[in-house]
Design a protein around this ligand. Structure first.
Ligand code: 13P
Length: 260
């Protein structure tokens, strides 16, 4: 994934979660066709993270399209006796170029700690994948005024030493905004992204100033432009609205207006 001349090249990534089947290739093909036509010189990367079962088929269907594919999770190890798990190397073999790690649903449903997330991000790097590292506070943490402390704590503990601006993307996803239709105000997003940017620069130096920081949580066609215009927001991680090509493309088009 490449960056624009001066600034950071944005990324719009769709996380399909546990949704979709082989017939959903129609949505992927609609995104492919838009990027081959009306959105051909879009100044942003576009990625879909379908369930792992669909990656290989979608990769075949996409061919040479610029639409990128990602996994939604990986195991820290490259192989072995880990029934039901998928290695980063397997995702790459199937056609993925990235993998989401540390999504709040994995942290909550599977007890993943930031230390495990860091191991998974390292596994992504080992396999040559970009790690999309998710962080975000719960409603109670926000109410208690702990948002920045929680988010920056997760950031520090989830980022492996191998992280660079090329192989890692941060996704700030407030847990209470996921799937609820609620979003933080643009000012709140700005504050949290500024804190993440500042800590990235402290942790990684120059690399931290160039790393993409996505916003995720109820991004929809009607709020994407406002959210994507916030300082230090370098794209979106989209859940529900990524399942339908028309909605996802409407969000992708946010960057069309910014084309030089
Ligand atoms: P929604 O866009 O459905 O709120 O999901 C966000 C998300 O969790 C993306 O990873």
């Amino acid at each position: 994934m490449v960056k624009d001349g001066g600034g950071i090249r944005p990324l719009i990534a769709g996380n399909w979660k546990m949704n979709g089947d082989k017939a959903s290739v129609a949505e992927i093909l609609a995104v492919r066709d838009a990027l081959a036509g009306p959105l051909a010189d879009l100044p942003a990367d576009v990625m879909i993270a379908p369930p792992a079962t669909l990656i290989a088929g979608f990769a075949a269907a996409l061919g040479a399209s610029p639409v990128l594919l990602a996994g939604q999770d990986c195991h820290p190890k490259p192989d072995g006796a880990h029934t039901g798990d998928i290695a980063a190397e397997m995702l790459r073999d199937a056609g993925a170029v990235a993998v989401i790690v540390g999504h709040s649903e994995r942290r909550a449903d599977h007890g993943e700690t930031s230390s495990i997330v860091s191991e998974k991000a390292m596994a992504a790097h080992r396999a040559g994948l970009t790690a999309i590292v998710c962080i975000g506070e719960t409603k109670d943490e926000r109410t208690a005024g702990k948002t920045v402390a929680v988010v920056c704590g997760q950031l520090k503990d989830s980022l492996p030493a191998s992280a660079t601006s090329e192989n890692t993307v941060i996704a700030y996803e407030p847990v209470w905004a996921i799937g609820t239709g609620l979003t933080p105000t643009p000012d709140d997003v700005k504050d949290v992204h500024a804190a993440i940017r500042s800590d990235l620069a402290t942790l990684l130096g120059q690399e931290g100033t160039k790393m993409r920081i996505l916003y995720g949580g109820s991004v929809k066609p009607d709020n994407a432009a406002v959210l994507m215009a916030v300082e230090n927001v370098d794209g979106a991680l989209v859940g529900g609205a990524s399942l339908k090509a028309s909605d996802f493309l409407a969000i992708v088009r946010t960057y069309e207006a910014k084309r030089c």
